[in-house]
Design a protein around this ligand. Structure first.
Ligand code: IFM
Length: 460
């Protein structure tokens, strides 16, 4: 269903439509106004890590084009903007001096949003750890969690009064497993012990961050953004079904368990608990503080077989083939029903607060032809996933909003600028922005909710 009017009619008037980005992916100006390098600046400079050795030095030059980009968001008619704050701009060395000029930038950003009547959904950590902290072990070190707590407190003290919602972390699955076990993201480690340390100290940092936010702004809705995986067994054999449950525990349970139940999954602890860092008294209580909301980033399902190899490391799974042959340009299977299956499963397993889909979207690399980007497959992808979201609302799940990933094409991490997720095209030579067909359509959808109809949000 792609007719914006018909689709909009399936959502309540206070459902939030927004667009999302992240600091390192769009800001550029990597040395401006006191910013120091993050682990991603270093990673980009290592041979063989990022496609074409691309980096974030210029990106979408958003730091220098802030007003123009805020006008662009406003022109799309969306109600909310999700962005992240760069820790290396605020406390450039991770610990130590606070950089007022870095805070000034986010002051201008939130003021610009307020002036345009756009809600501000901030994320404190979207992977750009100050490089200086890496020297002390980065996320494998417990003290990084306390450094994060101070950064969170500093940031919220300055801009929290104008935020509508804040998330501590974006997709800890990536900054833990993808970064420390699979070596695909910075810092590029391939080591289970390092990853297990990063896991617990990231969870701890989340909890400490929640306390920091609440100590500054008790009314500010605080949550976390998780890229939960819908996991299907590759067959209905008992071995594959058991493998899918192990994969669920490993990929989802190690975050959802501590945060929403105060415990790591039993299967995970049985297999790997002996290699976890010390869980100190009070840690699990800190991590499990009740949240006001949570964000789901969903793109594609995961399908697994049992890995029968003797001694295969937990979760001992192998990839299984997709059921459909439809893939985006980054190779991810398109299967919208998985979004529904995932939300139902997570709500069955955990007591969850209200949910925003904080990212959903598709990678298609169409270019500008005679002033137009015809990205119909992205439009279809977003429409299908919104349709599933509307189904979930009608079933009674507390789905409160949807943020398209992404506002504009940007630095797609290890894929560099090759892979494009924007509903707005960016010409990286000229920095010209061109709203794609999907962006025009999304604006029509958002336009079905006249200003003022969106009375409530995470805050209300
Ligand atoms: O670009 C990323 C984003 O930073 C986090 N979620 C997934 C997106 C697409 O890979």
């Amino acid at each position: 269903m792609t007719d914006p009017k018909m689709l909009a009619a399936r959502f309540p008037g206070d459902f939030v439509f927004g667009v999302a980005t992240a600091a390192f992916q769009i800001e550029g100006a990597s040395k401006a106004d006191g910013r120091k390098p993050s682990i991603w600046d270093a990673f980009c400079n290592m041979p063989g890590r990022v496609y074409g050795r691309h980096n974030g030095d210029v990106a979408c030059d958003h730091y220098n084009r802030l007003e123009e980009d805020l006008d662009l968001i406003q022109s799309l008619g969306v109600e909310a903007y999700r962005f992240s704050i760069a820790w290396p701009r605020i406390i450039p060395e991770g610990t130590g001096p606070i950089n007022e000029k870095g805070l000034d930038f986010y002051d201008r950003l939130v003021d610009g949003l307020k002036a345009r009547n756009i809600k501000a959904f901030a994320t404190l950590y979207h992977w750009d750890l100050p490089l200086m902290l890496a020297g002390d072990g980065g996320w494998t070190a417990r003290q990084t969690a306390y450094a994060f707590q101070r950064y969170a407190k500093t940031t919220i003290a300055r801009i929290g009064d104008r935020l509508d919602a804040v998330a501590t972390f974006n997709e800890p699955w990536c900054s833990v497993w993808l970064s420390h076990l699979y070596g695909i993201h910075a810092p590029g480690e391939r080591n289970m012990d390092a990853a297990l340390n990063a896991l617990h100290f990231t969870n701890l940092a989340h909890g400490l961050g929640v306390s920091a936010v609440r100590s500054e702004r008790p009314d500010l809705p605080v949550g976390i953004v998780l890229n939960a995986h819908q996991i299907y067994p590759g067959s209905d054999t008992a071995a594959d079904v058991a493998a899918a449950q192990r994969a669920f525990d490993f990929n989802n349970g190690v975050f959802f368990g501590p945060i929403f139940k105060g415990e790591y999954p039993e299967s995970f602890m049985t297999a790997l608990g002996g290699r976890m860092p010390a869980i100190e008294p009070g840690d699990m209580e800190t991590i499990a503080q009740p949240l006001d909301w949570w964000g789901l980033n969903y793109y594609t399902p995961m399908r697994v077989h049992d890995d029968p190899a003797p001694g295969a490391e937990f979760p001992a799974t192998l990839p299984a083939a997709p059921v459909a042959d439809i893939k985006t340009d980054i190779g991810w299977e398109v299967y919208a029903p998985a979004l529904g299956d995932l939300v139902r499963k997570l709500n069955a397993d955990y007591h969850l607060p209200e949910c925003y889909i904080t990212e959903n979207g598709a990678c298609y690399n169409m270019s500008v032809e005679e002033g137009v980007v015809d990205d119909q497959p992205r439009l279809d992808y977003i429409a299908e996933h919104l349709s599933v979201t509307a189904d979930l609302i009608s079933e009674g799940y507390p789905m409160r909003g949807y943020f398209a990933w992404s506002l504009m094409d940007n630095f797609e991490w290890a894929e560099g600028y090759k892979m494009r997720f924007g509903i707005v095209h960016v010409d990286y030579e000229t920095q010209v922005r061109t709203v794609k067909k999907s962006g025009e359509w999304y604006a029509r959808l958002a336009g079905e909710f006249p200003a003022g109809n969106h009375a409530s949000s995470a805050k209300g």
